[in-house]
Design a binder for this molecule. Structure first.
Ligand SMILES: NC(=O)c1ccc[n+]([C@@H]2O[C@H](COP(=O)([O-])OP(=O)(O)OC[C@H]3O[C@@H](n4cnc5c(N)ncnc54)[C@H](O)[C@@H]3O)[C@@H](O)[C@H]2O)c1
Ligand SMILES: [Zn+2]
Length: 405
């Protein structure tokens, strides 16, 4: 038996934020990040709409990018004091993911972070509160997914919490919120969405329900992302929908090792002053993983189908896979994203000497490989790598060398 789960309601289109006015409840807690939503006026708007709906509103502010276990625990404490019956998370993937984890801890105060990370092991929620997610970036699609990514900074590891229990009750996909994204965020989140759609399409858990969502998202991202990056606002609005469709696909078809590697490298070099931003990591690793997975015949055929959908040409499956890899690398160039970790600057832009020193990378690569294999996204990858292969793959992602194994 398979399961396909999405939020019960999805409000979309310009001005959809107003849907908050129709909510029923006594107390709503808004969870929000570092300030962009406040500065742009959306936080006040959301609070006013909820007050219009007759609710008392409290705001939990300052959730950092790549949220920590500690932030989750603080937020849950605030919820235990305020006792909301609605949790409304507004912003990028970070505040929404943090709020999802806070929600679990609010409903089950005794639960440990370790317990939360047991894949599909979350007890029933919604005994205390319902959850609404309002996304302001066009990439993670966490507003519709069963995932939350929390970073344990003591270990330098990102942990995915995965369970349909944390699929929000309501998603609001209002492109107004995403229009003011800085270019770099457009690029990173857009390639995150592309990776979601491609990984979902070749995942071992793909099905007739997820395939059309993944394929349509890929076509939309091909048609809209680079122009959105260059300032076309209509295309930026379309990207907000495209990333959400990709999210509906991957929340149900799951992902693959591009994400396993991004999760386990993201914070692994934080002691050198930067993160490898999630979307940028995906953009760098996706072409390498396609080359690796394409050694599996079934996966190669699926990549070729993607290439056909994108009208990339080619006669044989092999040519089509190569053209897909080339196309994705060209997208990275157009979006000013490097091709490998060696050339990944602390500011995320391409440079000759990136922030991750070679000797440090080589020292840590074995541990990272083991962690990546243990990531929740590895199980649905179409080709299962050995530790040795994962080390080799990560090295190709460091040096931008060809994947020939
Ligand atoms: N839950 C999932 O299914 C899922 C999927 C992929 C990634 N993730 C996780 O999501 C996180 C990344 O989320 P993200 O890429 O959305 O970024 P983010 O939430 O980390 O935000 C990045 C920065 O952009 C700012 N920002 C957000 N919206 C803005 C806007 N509209 N205008 C201007 N600035 C804005 C934020 O204040 C922040 O400084 C990572 O932790 C990643 O691991 C989760
Ligand atoms: Zn992602």
């Amino acid at each position: 038996m398979n399961r396909f789960t999405l939020p019960r309601d999805l409000y979309h289109g310009k001005g959809a934020l107003e849907a908050l006015k129709t909510f029923h409840g006594a107390r709503a807690m808004i969870c929000v990040g570092g300030g962009s939503m406040k500065k742009l006026g959306f936080l006040d708007k959301a609070a006013d709409y909820l007050k219009d709906a007759g609710m008392e509103v409290e705001i939990f502010e300052g959730i950092e990018p790549d949220p920590s276990v500690e932030t989750v625990m603080r937020g849950a404490e605030a919820m235990l004091k305020f006792q909301p019956d609605w949790i409304v998370a507004i912003g990028g993937g970070s505040p929404i993911d943090a709020a999802k984890a806070m929600w679990i801890k609010y409903e089950y105060p005794e639960i440990t972070f370790e317990d939360m990370c047991k894949v599909f092991g979350i007890p029933s929620l919604r005994k205390k509160a319902h959850f609404c997610a309002v996304s302001s970036t066009s990439g993670t699609a966490t507003e519709v997914t069963a995932f939350s990514i929390i970073t344990d900074y003591n270990k330098g590891i990102k942990y995915p919490i995965a369970d349909f229990e944390i699929t929000p009750d309501v998603a609001i996909v209002d492109p107004d919120l995403a229009e003011m994204m800085p270019k770099k965020l457009v690029a990173h989140t857009g390639m995150d969405a592309m990776t979601h759609a491609v990984e979902a399409y070749v995942s071992t858990a793909n099905c007739d329900y997820t395939d059309p969502l993944a394929l349509h998202a890929i076509k939309m991202i091909q048609n809209n992302l680079v122009d959105s990056y260059n300032g076309d606002m209509d295309k930026r609005d379309s990207m907000h929908n495209a990333q959400c469709l990709a999210g509906m696909a991957f929340s149900n078809a799951l992902l693959g090792i591009v994400h396993s590697m991004a999760h386990k490298t993201g914070a692994a070099f934080a002691d050198f002053g930067a993160h490898i931003i999630h979307g940028a990591a995906n953009a760098m690793y996706l072409p390498k993983v396609i080359a690796f997975n394409a050694k599996d015949e079934k996966a190669a055929k699926r990549y070729a189908e993607i290439a056909d959908l994108m009208n990339l040409g080619g006669e044989t499956v092999c040519e089509k896979v190569d053209l897909l890899i080339k196309y994705l690398r060209k997208m990275n160039d157009d979006l000013n994203i490097p091709h490998c970790i060696k050339n990944y600057g602390a500011d995320s832009y391409p440079c000759d000497n990136g922030f991750v020193p070679e000797d440090v990378f080589l020292e840590r690569v074995n541990d990272i490989a083991v962690n990546a294999l243990g990531d929740a996204c590895t199980g649905s990858n179409p080709r299962q790598p050995s530790v040795d292969e994962m080390v080799k793959l990560l090295k190709c992602c460091y040096y931008d060398t060809e994947v020939d194994f």
